[in-house]
Ligand binder design. Structure first.
Ligand SMILES: [Zn+2]
Length: 382
């Protein structure tokens, strides 16, 4: 993967390029940032650039023998460590090492380097199980790194989701990072740096990857999909800087308008406490799958924020997607104010958190509905 294939992130790319040009490649780096912004894609492009035999200014060449292998993620000096759990085929703990899953992993990343952990687990058939990186993996890492580089100057290892390492494995990796083999670069890619051992955090150089800007997202989407202006604007608003979310939106027909309509109906039913409608809604949401639940809830959070801003008369800060959204927000704004909206948004955030951790969706949505009912009836303090 070349840097040019990674959407936006110009500043991060410049930071990475500089480290190579100035010959100060830190041996352990931690790519952090929200999901879907391209952390893994950047780490791969960086590794490819480091190994490229014919660097072209600000990008790898894509055609030298090293790049050809990188294009297939099959360079002998380039390794991955990823979370795993037992599958139908592989059940023994000592076989649960990334080396045994490389065919699936290559397919997965080449298909979509912006995909997340749940997609990976679905790919290898361990959906709804907690995956981790076990101690056998650290032994395998040591084995790989004890070999001389085959072709390149550097050995490169990407650890995807290092927060999933169990403590034994984390401690062994820490030892390796503390006394690294010569010419070895560790690229750790995480969404939850606070779940990492502080001792690991203190030894890595941070590479902070921000949300993708609206302009970059527009360019990225237009290059890949045929979208009219209205669709494009909807997707960008909903994606909140995550190309992964944008992909989900582009891939199926549920538009922002559908989400807004559903949200309006839900809020009315919450306010009026229509229990059977709320149960039906929770059931329907539970069936729709985790990613869509998250997209819907994040859309709801963005509507709440907009309604609150309108309430504060800061209209110029509000990006309104279309007429139906404007109509709703004008009517809804009086119900959300300083006395209840922060709590409302916190409850929505909590629901997203629970869904990411495999909570039973029907209960999560029903619970949230009851809390919304209470909060919408909180009077505005003046
Ligand atoms: Zn090259």
């Amino acid at each position: 993967m070349k840097f040019s294939e990674v959407i936006g992130q110009k500043a991060v790319k410049q930071q990475l390029l500089r480290s190579v040009k100035e010959q100060r490649i830190s041996h352990a780096q931690l790519f952090t940032g929200p999901s879907g912004v391209g952390k893994l894609a950047l780490a791969i492009a960086y590794a490819q650039y480091i190994a490229c035999k014919d660097k072209q200014g600000d990008d790898s060449c894509g055609a030298c023998p090293s790049c050809v292998k990188f294009n297939k993620l099959a360079h002998p000096d380039f390794h991955f460590t990823v979370p795993l759990a037992s599958t139908k085929k592989i059940t023994k703990a000592e076989q649960l090492i990334s080396s045994n899953f490389m065919t699936e992993w290559r397919e997965f990343v080449l298909d979509n380097p912006y995909a997340g952990l749940n997609d990976w687990f679905a790919k290898i058939g361990i959906e709804n199980k907690q995956g981790n990186i076990n101690v056998h993996e650290s032994a395998d890492i040591l084995k790989k790194l004890s070999l001389k580089p085959y072709e390149g100057e550097y050995r490169l290892l990407i650890v995807w989701m290092p927060e999933k390492m169990n403590p034994q494995c984390a401690n062994k990796l820490l030892k390796i990072i503390e006394e690294p083999p010569q010419k070895t670069v560790f690229l750790l890619v995480t969404e939850d740096p606070e779940d990492l051992l502080p001792t690991i955090l203190s030894r890595v150089q941070m590479v902070k990857v921000p949300k993708i800007t609206d302009e970059d997202m527009a360019a990225g989407l237009q290059a890949r999909f045929e979208l009219d202006d209205k669709q494009l604007r909807h997707i960008i608003t909903l994606s909140e800087g995550s190309y992964y979310t944008a992909l989900k939106m582009s891939g199926h027909d549920e538009s922002a308008e559908v989400h807004t309509d559903k949200f309006v109906e839900w809020m009315r039913n919450c306010y009026a406490m229509k229990v059977s409608e709320l149960l039906e809604f929770s059931e329907e949401m539970a069936k729709s799958g985790r990613e869509r639940q998250k997209v819907f809830l994040n859309h709801a959070i963005s509507l709440l924020r907009k309604a609150l801003l309108l309430n504060f008369d800061v209209d110029d800060l509000v990006k309104i997607a279309d007429d139906s959204e404007e109509e709703f927000l004008t009517k809804f704004a009086p119900f959300v104010h300083g006395s209840n909206t922060p709590d409302l948004i916190a409850e929505f955030d909590k629901a997203v958190y629970h869904i990411e951790r495999n909570a039973y969706a029907k209960i999560t949505f029903m619970d949230l509905s009851l809390k919304i009912h209470d909060l919408l009836r909180v009077p505005q303090e003046v």
